[in-house]
Write a new protein. Structure first.
Length: 119
């Protein structure tokens, strides 16, 4: 299973950034997909996830109201739109696929993309 995550970069606080994660049709329709992040010196943490079959979406409290997960079924791609970015959002962001709700049930990881938010 391959998860191709792209879209990281360097932005200023308050800016927006979008990440995308593409995978195969089989993976996209079989698993919940979402995002985790790992800041320097910290453990990897859940950001949000979407479940294809039910359409449910969940977010970590730290990103609710600022981040939005969406999926394009035709492109087998899940997106993470990040608005009002803060320096504490700086991390390597990982795309993930697994069983809903995904928080502790990840089966596959993408390679990670770095998001840096300057103050």
């Amino acid at each position: 299973v391959q998860l191709q995550g792209v879209g990281g970069g360097l932005v200023q606080a308050g800016d927006s950034l979008s990440l995308a994660c593409a995978t195969s049709t089989r993976t996209f329709s079989s698993y919940a997909m979402g995002w985790f992040r790992q800041a320097p010196g910290k453990e990897r943490e859940f950001v949000g996830a979407t479940n294809w079959s039910s359409g449910r979406i969940s977010y970590a409290d730290s990103v609710k109201g600022r981040f939005t997960i969406s999926r394009d079924n035709a492109k087998n791609t899940v997106y993470l739109q990040m608005n009002s970015l803060k320096p504490e959002d700086t991390a390597v962001y990982y795309c993930a696929a697994g069983l809903w709700p995904l928080v502790r049930t990840v089966r596959y990881w993408g390679q990670g993309t770095l998001v840096t938010v300057s103050s």
